[in-house]
Design a protein around this ligand. Structure first.
Ligand code: GUN
Length: 265
């Protein structure tokens, strides 16, 4: 990424620029945003973080989005979620310039991804697909079980797995007999936010397991998969922390750089 950022500077006479809008004082969001900005600066990006109070209105947030839309030094930016409950998240995501949507959460980008027609891929799903590619195992015809139906992870990754010709089952909190669904899967992607939900005993031996969950239990972070038991059965498994999280940040930088490169010089 550093090398691509250097080439960008040579070509454009400025660093690639990543912006983040952070509203309120959600402790986890502050940690995520600090990690993202540290990574951006370490990779040779210009970074801009705008912070708004937890009491901000939808209009306040829309104004802050406009400022990032209009900043010529920003190639891509994200609005860290969740937003405080009084803010209309959908209206905010709609306001993001589609060409600066580094998170791929604008409905136009998300719609294109769901339709298999390009669009900026959301960072976590893109990171999961990258991790799957690194295993060297072809997804065509494989059975993938995705647990979690969020707009940010579950739904887009299900679409991306379908595009890779996997047979996809999208499970969620109302799925009956999750263990039976998981037992048939060659690939399991857990993204529900329930610590240790997926047990090693459920897994088909040799399954590939990607754990998107980040749950705080006491003073420790753990995933949606019980790593101890699952690592005995899986052929590949991502740890929490240190698995999908860093990959999501890497994909955020990649999306930002690609948005900058696709702009007219
Ligand atoms: N909150 C938790 N993860 C994410 C993410 O990847 N993007 C945004 N915008 N908010 C998040």
């Amino acid at each position: 990424m550093e090398e691509r950022a250097r080439l960008f500077v040579q070509k454009h006479g400025r660093k690639p620029g990543l912006g983040v809008l952070l509203v309120g004082d959600d402790a986890a969001s502050h940690v995520y945003v600090n990690n993202k900005m540290r990574a951006a600066e370490g990779a040779g990006f210009y970074s801009r973080t705008d912070r708004l109070a937890a009491s901000s209105s939808t209009d306040d947030v829309l104004c802050a989005v406009d400022a990032l839309n209009d900043d010529p030094n920003i190639d891509g930016f994200i609005v860290q979620l969740p937003l405080p409950s009084q803010v209309n998240t959908q209206a905010v995501l709609l306001r993001i310039d589609v060409k600066k949507d580094a998170d791929g959460l604008h409905p136009t980008n998300l719609g294109a991804v769901l339709m298999g027609q390009g669009g900026v891929q959301p960072c976590t799903p893109r990171g999961c697909m990258r991790l799957l590619a690194e295993t060297g195992i072809a997804l065509r015809g494989k059975k993938a079980v995705v647990i979690g139906r969020s707009h940010i992870v579950g739904r887009p990754i299900a679409a991306m797995l379908l595009d890779a010709d996997a047979t996809v089952t999208l499970c969620h909190s109302r799925t009956q007999d999750l263990a039976t669904e998981v037992a048939m899967a060659d690939v399991v992607i857990a993204a529900v936010g329930r610590p240790g939900l997926v047990r090693g005993e459920w897994l088909k031996p040799g399954a590939i397991v990607i754990d998107v969950g980040i749950n705080r239990v006491g003073d420790k972070l753990c995933g949606d998969v019980d790593f101890e038991s699952a690592s005995q059965r899986a052929s590949f498994i991502t740890p929490v922390p240190g698995g999908v999280g860093p990959m999501t940040i890497a994909m955020l930088l990649q999306n930002t750089l690609e948005l900058g490169e696709s702009k007219a010089p």
